[in-house]
Design a protein around this ligand. Structure first.
Ligand code: PGA
Length: 242
């Protein structure tokens, strides 16, 4: 794991946004794994800015989003499909047909999860995966558990995640279930970039970077991957000992 501490979230957004743009410049048909939440917003703003300046084009790019809520209409503003349209896809020149999401309202979750993992493989695998981290150490919606997950699956969200994300749900109750790429699916990405900002993430960051590889901190599985970069602000890095 390569850990970088930058001065603030704007600086991280610039560096990580440029990493994604550089990947696409090197490989115009790159497969990108994308994340939602507050953390990636500066990264997405940087990508949009460079696309608008015609420095990079996402026309040939394919994306897979890590996760999606269950039992929430896709057109709801809190669905991750809506989030990605508003925060990135409507601001770059990507072909929406090449953006892939899990369907949290599917009648056959097992078939859909298997098809999602198979489609990632068919597209050649994820070249660069963006991750955030939950306060409880989750990546995607892989919550603390007794064993690491492998492929994409349906998960019951923990009270910690529900507490963190409920603030976004003002009109409907926050969903209790989600579909997510498993830890195994995430580790199959060729390169991974994880961003964490703010003191609420400091404990989880310490467990991820310096703790044992333990499914109680799903992000600690990233220690097993050969090409992971972690970008932190000083508050998220505060508990690291080195
Ligand atoms: P956040 O979520 O970026 O909104 O903090 C990150 C996550 O839960 O993975």
């Amino acid at each position: 794991m390569n850990v970088f501490v930058l001065k603030d979230e704007a600086a991280i957004g610039k560096v990580v946004g440029d990493l994604f743009c550089d990947k696409v410049l090197q490989k115009p048909n790159a497969v990108l794994g994308l994340a939602t939440g507050a953390t990636p917003l500066p990264t997405y703003q940087r990508m949009a800015k460079r696309c608008k300046a015609r420095e990079v084009s996402f026309k040939g790019v394919t994306t897979f989003n890590l996760d999606e809520y269950c039992d929430l209409p896709v057109e709801h503003p809190n669905s991750y499909r809506s989030f990605m349209r508003a925060e990135l896809f409507d601001n770059i020149d990507i072909d929406l047909q090449n953006t892939h999401f899990l369907d949290g309202n599917t009648a056959d979750e097992f078939a859909q999860c298997a098809a999602f993992d198979a489609l990632i493989e068919e597209k050649g695998g994820i070249d660069l995966q963006l991750l955030g981290i939950g306060r409880n150490g989750h990546i995607g919606f892989n919550e603390p558990a007794n064993a690491f997950t492998d492929g994409t699956f349906k998960v019951e969200l923990t009270p910690s995640t529900i507490a963190a994300n409920s603030i976004y749900f003002t009109d409907v109750p926050m969903p209790r279930y989600a579909m997510t790429m498993g830890v195994g699916s995430i580790l199959r990405a060729k390169e991974i970039v994880l961003v964490a900002t703010g003191s609420a993430k400091a404990e989880a960051v310490k467990a991820m970077v310096e703790g044992a590889i333990d499914p109680q901190c799903p992000a600690s599985a990233l220690q097993k991957h050969e090409n992971v970069a972690i970008y932190l602000d000083p508050a998220a890095a505060a508990l690291l000992s080195r």
